[in-house]
Write a protein that binds this ligand. Structure first.
Ligand code: GLU
Length: 509
């Protein structure tokens, strides 16, 4: 590393849902590495998929990473010399670069219709051939391709992939990785609307932003050959790659929200400390030279070394994290503890949101705390049978909770009006009275069948906590024997999605 060639890293989240704990984990390792090397850490928003992108989700990412205290040196909010830092504001660059590859013969327009691709896929399934595009348009003479493009024929731009041999690249943690080119698809770089795909935009940006080290999750290893090849096609030096091991559930499956809360803001709202969460995430793939398990962020950054990153499937264990958090709380002096608890939820600004809900219902202040306790809790304690009300049986309750989770995950805005609209929509679809539909939700969210206004409570609790409470309720029902099994769940999701797409009534039973 020299002054003229400093280390530059980035985190490049796609803002398509609640900010994920995996993003915090990858950001932490980038941040620690960058601090140790004295470089710059960049936040880039990868919002090329305009159909799935929402500004609320981008804001939530910034909020979540700020809460984690992972400060970036350049980004959409703070600016910087290599901006803009939002891919949607850089579209012209990707198009220019994509067309440059066509000119150079490394990429080509592909005019294949959707129908041809479907047929191809069916044939490949029938003959058990390798799936993927067959390179049909690669042999069109460039002159003819240019003419067809000029005539306005619909097309995408695909990259050429070597017919044989293998891609060999070095991973800073894993060593040499070899992937046969026959297993790499002829990636679309520019879609028919001229928008780039992730692969093109990511490589162009990493180069133009001077990124020297790409530390990202192992799920991107299979994409790396395409990236390495793109660097070669452009004549650029590729950054160093380091693929971190994926976080796992205790059963070793990939960390999923069905088994663990995955929203960063859930951890904030459930009362975890960011320093404990950072410490725990750090331990997922790193060990301190002296073997200490409790370490501060600065201590991590001071000793950080990619050679000490371990590759075993790190298990994210909620109980272990809670124990860590407890240790942090116990080490604080009482004044610090009071400050932190106050800034968490015991503060006037939160009370000012909660009090209007209680004001019409209390005679004395002594009723305040019991009535509002659920705002300050994580898991609520109610008898699981309370979730099953007279009109809806256990299994249907479970299905309704599941559908509500999907609906809530889909929404970007989080206000009581939006939440109300979700439940009114569900009640209509289910041909249930709103009041009947809401009964299990009152229990799941507030712990009791009668409580303060539900939609306002959900708004104040926050989306991540609401999703978690619905999950707790599903687990409570499962304990009573009302479970939706994997296959059935997939079926429910497919039928429900289809009903939504057709705006049809959908009645769970
Ligand atoms: N936008 C990608 C993501 O959502 C970035 C992957 C990468 O770091 O290259 O994770």
């Amino acid at each position: 590393m020299t002054a003229s060639n400093p280390i530059r890293t980035r985190i490049a989240p796609s803002p398509t849902g609640a900010p994920h704990i995996g993003t915090a984990y990858i950001a932490l390792f980038n941040y620690a590495f960058t601090k140790r090397m004295g470089g710059q850490f960049i936040l880039r928003i990868e919002d090329t998929d305009q159909t799935r992108y929402t500004r609320e989700s981008e804001n939530a990412i910034l909020e979540a990473l700020r809460w984690m205290r992972l400060a970036w040196d350049e980004g959409p909010d703070v600016g910087g010399p290599f901006g803009p830092y939002r891919q949607s504001e850089r579209f012209a660059m990707y198009r220019d670069h994509g067309l440059r590859l066509v000119e150079a013969g490394h990429a080509y327009p592909c005019f294949c219709t959707g129908a041809r691709l479907v047929k191809l896929r069916e044939e490949q399934v029938k003959t058990k051939a390798n799936p993927g595009y067959d390179g049909h348009c690669e042999s069109i003479p460039p002159e003819e391709a240019r003419r067809r493009v000029a005539a306005g024929e619909l097309h995408v731009v695909r990259m050429k992939i070597p017919a044989d041999g293998e891609c060999v690249f070095r991973d800073r943690i894993r060593g040499e990785i070899k992937i046969a080119w026959t297993g790499v698809d002829r990636q679309v770089l520019l879609k028919s609307d001229g928008y780039p795909t992730y692969h093109l935009a990511n490589v162009v940006d990493d180069h133009l932003m001077g990124i020297t080290h790409v530390l990202r999750g192992e799920e991107w290893i299979s994409s790396t050959p395409k990236h390495v090849l793109l660097y070669k096609y452009f004549g650029w030096e590729a950054p160093e790659f380091a693929h971190l091991p994926l976080l796992r559930n205790p059963d070793k499956s990939k960390l999923s929200k069905r088994k663990n809360p995955t929203g960063i803001l859930y951890y904030r709202d459930a009362g975890y400390l960011p320093e404990a969460l950072n410490n725990y995430l750090g331990l997922m793939a790193y060990s301190m030279p002296d073997g200490r398990e409790i370490f501060s962020f600065d201590e991590l950054a001071a000793t950080f070394d990619l050679d000490r990153v371990s590759l075993g499937g790190p298990v994210f264990d909620l109980q272990k994290l809670a124990n860590f958090n407890g240790q942090y709380l116990r080490r604080m002096d009482v004044r610090a503890l009071a400050d932190r608890a106050t800034s968490w939820k015991l503060n006037p600004s939160l009370w000012q949101r909660i009090l209007p809900l209680v004001q019409p219902r209390i005679n004395t202040f002594s009723e305040l705390v019991p009535m509002t306790a659920y705002f300050f809790a994580d898991q609520l304690h109610y008898p699981p049978a309370a979730l099953i009300t007279g009109d809806i049986d256990g299994l249907r309750t479970a299905r309704l909770l599941k559908i509500a989770q999907w609906e809530i995950e889909k929404t970007a805005a989080w206000t009581s009006e939006v939440i109300k609209a979700i439940f009114i929509g569900m009640a209509e679809k289910e041909t249930l009275k709103l009041k009947t539909l809401l009964m299990p939700f009152f229990v799941a969210i507030t712990g009791a069948p009668v409580s303060l206004p539900l939609f306002e409570s959900m708004e104040i609790l926050g989306k991540d906590m609401v999703l978690r409470r619905l999950q707790y309720a599903l687990e409570a029902l499962a304990g009573q024997g009302f479970t939706i099994k994997g296959k059935e769940l997939k079926q429910l999701e497919a039928v429900y999605e289809a009903a939504c797409a057709a705006s049809k009534t959908f009645i769970t039973s």
